[in-house]
Design a protein around this ligand. Structure first.
Ligand code: SF4
Length: 232
């Protein structure tokens, strides 16, 4: 298990202002600048990852380093794959300690947007680290809870965290009672080599979704989906 921390990141005030529709030279602009300064002072996006090996396969399950994941889609994606890289990346729990004015939902939204920016930095850094260290070729990733709920049930976040070890102690991320990660701007998954690019959105019926990265793929759904019931 390896931890990435203290990575460089930049916050571009002008770009964030545009994204958040904050007009220059306004009171909002001043407050946003203050918030960005606070994040610059304490922000510490981090990631944890591990090199793991597939040890067993069944029709609907795959065992990695002694932990069995129940997901036909994951099992199918890992057919013929030996080595995988589970990971959790996060904007960093420090940012949840920033005190915002009570009931100021605008600043909460700004902070969430800045946290998402830090998550992008650490995710890119994590992927570049894995590419460099392990000379990875083409890869894709799957995350528990992405796609239709049956594709890889979110409850299996606990399995993923167990695979990585003490994620809370390592990078400050934990699961709440709904198996969602805290801090909220965190990303978990398993990265694996593949010649055919895969996105969980291909196995997701949800419409509309502003974050959709690939269209629903009925042929892929049919090829993997035996036993997967579409969401109601
Ligand atoms: S379409 Fe939207 S909800 Fe479905 S997996 Fe993609 S991002 Fe998630």
């Amino acid at each position: 298990m390896a931890i990435l921390t203290d990575i460089p990141f930049e916050l571009d005030f002008a770009a964030l202002s545009r994204e958040l529709h904050v007009e220059p030279e306004t009171e909002d602009a001043g407050e946003l600048a203050e918030l960005i300064e606070k994040v610059r002072a304490i922000g510490n996006p981090k990631a944890i990852y591990k090199e793991c090996y597939v040890e067993g396969r069944e029709d609907d399950a795959v065992t990695i380093d002694g932990i069995t994941f129940s997901s036909r889609a994951l099992r199918t994606n890992l057919a013929g794959v030996e080595r995988v890289f589970p990971y959790v990346a996060t904007c960093g729990e420090e940012l949840d300690g920033i005190a915002l004015p009570d009931g100021d939902f605008i600043q909460q939204f700004w902070l969430d947007t800045i946290k998402a920016t830090l998550l992008q930095f650490i995710t890119r850094y994590l992927n570049a680290t894995l590419d460099r260290k392990y000379a990875l070729g083409k890869t894709s990733a799957m995350s528990p809870g992405s796609g239709d709920v049956t594709v890889w049930p979110i409850e299996q976040q606990t399995h993923l965290f167990a695979l990585l070890g003490d994620v809370k102690d390592g990078i400050g991320v934990e699961l709440n009672e709904s198996f969602l990660m805290v801090p909220n701007k965190s990303l978990s998954g398993i990265r694996f080599p593949t010649e055919i690019a895969f996105q969980s959105c291909q196995l997701c019926h949800r419409q509309p979704c502003s974050s959709r990265a690939a269209p629903f793929d009925k042929a892929l759904w049919d090829s993997i989906g035996d036993g997967i019931e579409p969401e109601a």
